[in-house]
Design a protein around this ligand. Structure first.
Ligand SMILES: N[C@@H](CCC(=O)N[C@@H](CS)C(=O)NCC(=O)O)C(=O)O
Length: 264
């Protein structure tokens, strides 16, 4: 093996973080990406390497050692390879960056719980929680870089951690009609989000792809699991997402069948 291998799911936000990092460092070819189909049983050889865990991305070093967790893999890539540094180099600024990144777990969890929720009565509660996260981010950005756009002077580590998640949250726009309100307390995060989504290093996925692939999440079935009455997961590679129609939005009322979703 001449370079590290990253086992990944192309639409996975955690894998996209590493793709963006490599892009920003100008090192896209420093690792080999190997695609895993989560709708199929996991290859026993890969399962043995990961000692039974199935979450991706996973990095295998040239000598067969295994690293898991996107934030850990990102740090390994940043520390091991030269190329443009993406994390801040000043210790105080790096600490600020990490403070912002501590919010990524709860932010991710809220967005995924919101899209998977099928109880209409709970949707307002999730909306409020999501807005709390955006208000926190808005305040944090404005406090540390008043009047600016990014957390510091450019799209950096904090941006690359949050951007793939904000892209997945297109599923909230589509299935939940969720938008960040045009109010002063969200002004900064709205500008920041827009700039993050448009950044050239982060164009590995697009809106329609997320909305189509994550249909099953919207009706409560995550990680390639098959929803009731269905034979094919919305995460399938065939038919490929561009050949499928946009899914119905009525997630609280019913589960669409394979044919309606263009899966057969
Ligand atoms: N905390 C992990 C989360 C990884 C994760 O949840 N990956 C999902 C895909 S987006 C996955 O591999 N799901 C399939 C599975 O867990 O079997 C990270 O940051 O790497």
């Amino acid at each position: 093996m001449t370079k590290p291998i990253i086992y990944h799911i192309p639409v996975c936000p955690f894998s996209q973080r590493i793709e963006i990092l490599l892009e920003l460092k100008g090192l896209r070819d420093a690792v080999e990406f190997r695609v895993v189909d989560i709708t199929k049983p996991r290859d026993p050889e890969l399962l043995a390497k990961t000692r039974g865990t199935t979450a991706l991305p996973v990095l295998e070093t040239e000598d067969g050692r295994i690293l898991k967790e996107s934030l850990v893999i990102m740090r390994y890539v940043e520390e091991r390879f030269s190329g443009t540094p993406v994390a801040r180099t000043d210790p105080y600024e790096r600490a600020i960056e990490r403070m912002m990144i501590t919010r990524e777990g709860p932010f991710t969890m809220t967005g995924y719980m919101m899209v998977m929720n099928r109880d209409r009565a709970k949707s307002g509660e999730f909306r409020e929680k999501m807005l709390d996260h955006y208000a926190w981010l808005s305040d944090f950005l404005d406090h540390h870089n008043p009047g600016g756009l990014w957390l510091f002077d450019d799209f950096g580590l904090a941006e690359l951690v949050f951007t793939p998640m904000m892209m997945r949250f297109w599923f909230l726009d589509y299935y939940e009609g969720f938008e960040i309100p045009d109010e002063p307390r969200f002004a900064r995060v709205r500008r920041w989000r827009e700039a993050c989504l448009a950044h050239p290093s982060a164009q590995q996925v697009c809106y329609d792809e997320i909305v189509k692939l994550y249909y099953d999440y919207a009706i409560g079935a995550g990680n390639g699991a098959l929803p009731e009455g269905r034979q094919v997961s919305s995460f399938t590679f065939t038919p490929d997402w561009p050949d499928r129609p946009m899914p119905p939005k009525d997630k609280y009322d019913r589960i669409a069948g394979d044919a309606e979703l263009g899966l057969v």
